[in-house]
Design a protein around this ligand. Structure first.
Ligand code: GRF
Length: 314
């Protein structure tokens, strides 16, 4: 499955033990991601030497540079990163950078979020007398340590624990948690059942639609059984294509050719279906914009709906 693996960039500031856990987990045959870059804000971070020794491309950027965030963005794009994992990356990410990578950055934090955000976590856990702590993997949003929680692990607090001893045990748990949770999160983007559910929810929200199949592929139909038409088909590499794509109807062959020429990462010419006016939109990447997919479904629905349906829908 090597070619369909999500391309993962990892950002670090220090020793990079979570980065190492992510790298070694990626050696498993069924790992859904492939590390394509390790970088961060500290050009001498120890973790960068380790990544280099393991044969992963490294960029030694300097967080003090005025162009740091642009350099980082460029490095991620040059590496073709689909998704970014923060692993002890000690910089607050500016909002405009986050907006460019919305939904595509995860972080690991050494507490059971939403408890104990920020730093000084283990001291706070001990001061509160908690008997259980843990670690969380979450999506990164502008508010610190507050994005959607993707997974957690619990770690018992022992009598006589110091912040250091507790941190050491939580770190062991982090190393188990991060690859597992990230893998589950990234695998769903190429999981045909998950993708079909995303499309179905949006297609069936349109008036007078129903689920069908087209030559065995999941498809959605508008209008009465006799007079209606298919307006969307999900092609799960049906003809050996590299991508899972949603086939929709556009304005015609010129628009289709134009889209494929200008945005080849998003659009493709579907085998067999293209001559009948179908355009392929890739839906198997973490950056899939599901609002954009919904717009295509609406457009295609409009192009295919019988006149009476259009009239009733207003
Ligand atoms: C970990 O405790 C992680 O939870 C936090 O920073 C630390 C990084 O350690 N975000 P390492 O560099 O992965 O060893």
């Amino acid at each position: 499955m090597a070619s369909d693996r999500q391309r993962l960039a990892i950002l670090i500031s220090g020793r990079g033990s979570n980065m190492a856990a992510l790298l070694y987990a990626a050696q498993a045959d069924d790992c859904p991601y492939r590390p394509v870059l390790v970088t961060g804000n500290k050009p001498r971070a120890a973790g960068l030497d380790l990544a280099e020794a393991e044969g992963v491309p490294v960029r030694r950027l300097d967080g003090r540079s005025a162009t740091f965030w642009d350099d980082l963005d460029a490095a991620l794009r040059e590496a073709g990163a689909d998704f970014v994992a923060l692993a002890g990356f000690m910089r607050i990410i500016p909002e405009d950078f986050l907006a460019r990578w919305a939904g595509r950055i995860a972080n690991i934090h050494p507490s059971l979020l939403p408890r104990y955000k920020g730093t000084g976590v283990h001291e706070a856990v001990l001061a509160a007398g908690d008997t259980v702590t843990g670690a969380s993997v979450h999506l990164v949003t502008p508010e610190l340590d507050s994005g959607e929680i993707l997974g957690q692990v619990e770690v018992a607090v022992l009598p006589g624990d110091t912040p250091e001893r507790l941190a050491d045990r939580v770190l062991i748990a982090e190393h188990q948690l991060y690859p597992r949770v990230l893998s589950a999160h990234l695998a769903r983007f190429t999981d045909p059942a998950w993708i079909e559910a995303q499309v179905a929810a949006r297609a069936l929200a349109l008036p007078e639609t129903s689920a069908r199949t087209s030559h065995g592929a999941p498809a959605w139909h508008v209008g009465a059984k006799s007079s209606g038409k298919l307006f969307a088909i999900l092609s799960v590499r049906h003809h050996g294509e590299e991508a899972i794509g949603l086939l929709v109807k556009g304005a015609g062959p010129e628009e289709a050719a134009d889209l494929v020429a200008h945005r080849p990462e998003l659009y493709f010419r579907p085998a067999y279906y293209a001559p009948a006016g179908w355009i392929g939109v890739r839906v198997d990447r973490p950056e899939t914009d599901w609002d954009h997919v919904a717009e295509w479904l609406r457009r295609s629905w409009r192009a295919c709906a019988p006149a009476a349906t259009l009239k009733r829908a207003g």
